[in-house]
Ligand binder design. Structure first.
Ligand code: S3P
Length: 439
């Protein structure tokens, strides 16, 4: 599918965001490991999360959606899932695949996991290695990639793992396996990554503590084999989806764009911090808590932006937001340097490379220096065509660029947007953007 982002004028209005993708995957999976029926309000109904719902069904959980959009999951208890009779196809979802591997590791049956071409190219060693150390066996395609076979164990061993990367997917996969192991599983990461797994498991009755060490590393400790309580979950709005609206609004909102009810978890808020440093007129109002997650409404008015030097240490708190931050940087005065983006190379696409290529095609001066992305802002953009390469965030970023720039941007493979933000075009156009198909 081809979509075209054409230059637009002022944006205004109030919008709600779809449910957070990270939290939505976790609700479905964790509810499947609880005893009894959980209910989930505000679940993201994007393709990634629907793939997780299908996987949980294949593992023996009844997963249903009622007419009002509330989902229910009948959990089977920790270690209680059933051997699936089919290959588990996780689609485009790295979170879905990696967290599921942690769960499968703790079940004494065989299962087979695959995904789309993007997911099949992504590294799985980072989860396979620790899970194998806990006793699960994996047979993967070369380079430790999907499709792979898992033979889990009912008597998994607890693990102390020091992760070389700040990755919530790695941390969560090990903690989920740790639920099934007798004793204490400990994961230490170099910087804090998003903590939805910790918040939710604790809330469901797991004994879990998190400690920041004197050198800044974070250590999470989980006591194995808890009984998880079924729950009513309410999913906060997705700050990573809101990012596209926030960047467009930071440059064009007049009088104001309000994004309601998004998570402002500090471990997800790096984009807000960065936009404020760049001079954006953003106010965080009506802070509240929704099912253990801090949530707020974000009010945005247009303002001129300046380039910024974004430190590497901020990357975990805005890892999915760099593509659209690079778009903001293209319209800011001066240079923006985004440091320490090595992890962007192993996302749904090589985002570092694709952003650099796509921005250059749009007339933006851009360079990659090691793991840093450097964008010179303020030049006129030109008409261009970019391909999403099965990456929803690449697609949405370039549609936003087309709207803010001087010439249309055509985005091929834009159906990837359905994985995380099916209503993206309607939401943006409802505020005044002009994204359309190839008529
Ligand atoms: C996610 C963690 C991040 C992020 C991904 C969602 C999660 O990946 O990029 O979109 O839900 O745990 P890493 O943990 O690999 O950095």
């Amino acid at each position: 599918m081809l979509l075209i982002g054409r230059p637009h004028g002022a944006l205004a209005g109030r919008v709600a965001m779809p449910g957070d993708k990270s939290i939505s995957h976790r609700c479905l999976m964790f509810a499947g490991l609880a005893a009894g029926e959980s209910r989930i309000e505000g679940l993201l109904e994007g393709e990634d999360v629907l793939a997780t719902a299908s996987a949980m069904r294949a593992l023996g959980c009844a997963v249903e959606r009622d007419a009002s959009g509330v989902w229910s999951v009948h959990g089977r208890g920790v270690g209680g899932l059933a051997e699936p009779a089919q290959v588990l196809d996780m689609g485009n979802a790295g979170t879905g695949a990696r967290l599921l591997l942690g769960i499968l590791a703790g079940h004494g049956f065989a299962s087979f996991v695959t995904g789309d071409a993007s997911l099949r190219s992504r590294p799985m060693r980072r989860v396979i290695e620790p899970l194998a150390a806990m006793g699960a066996a994996f047979t993967a395609r070369s380079g430790d990639r999907l499709p792979l076979a898992v033979r889990g164990r009912d008597d998994l061993l607890a693990l102390e793992h020091i992760s070389p990367v700040a990755s919530a997917q790695v941390k969560s996969a090990i903690l989920l396996a740790g639920l099934h192991a007798a004793g204490r599983t400990v994961v230490t990461e170099p910087l804090a990554s998003r903590d939805h797994t910790e918040r939710m498991l604790r809330d469901m009755g797991a004994e879990l503590t998190s400690q920041t060490l004197s050198d800044g590393r974070v250590r999470v400790t989980l006591e194995g084999q808890p009984e998880l309580r079924a729950r009513r979950f309410t999913v906060a709005g997705d700050p990573s989806s809101a990012a596209f609206v926030l960047v467009a609004a930071a440059l064009r909102a007049d009088p104001e764009v309000v994004v309601e009810g998004i998570s402002v978890n500090p471990l997800r808020s790096g984009l807000l911090t960065t936009l404020l440093e760049m001079g954006a007129r953003i106010e965080v109002r009506h802070e509240r808590e929704v099912a253990g997650e801090p949530v707020a409404d974000i009010h945005v008015r247009a303002a001129p932006l300046q380039g910024a030097d974004v430190p590497a240490g901020r990357a975990p708190s805005m890892i999915d937001e760099y593509p659209v931050l690079a778009v903001a940087a293209a319209f800011a005065r001066g240079t923006t340097r985004m440091r320490g983006l090595g992890e962007l190379r192993v996302k749904e696409s090589d985002r570092l490379q694709l952003m650099a290529e796509g921005l250059a095609a749009c007339g933006v001066t851009v360079a990659i220096d090691g793991d840093d992305l450097i964008v010179e802002g303020g030049r006129r953009t030109v008409a261009a065509t970019v391909d999403a390469h099965l990456d929803h965030r690449i697609a949405m970023s370039f549609l936003v660029l087309g709207g803010l720039g001087d010439a249309p941007v055509r985005v091929g493979g834009a159906e990837a947007i359905r994985t995380s933000f099916p209503a993206f075009v309607d939401v943006m156009n409802g505020l005044g953007a002009t994204i359309a198909g190839d008529a």
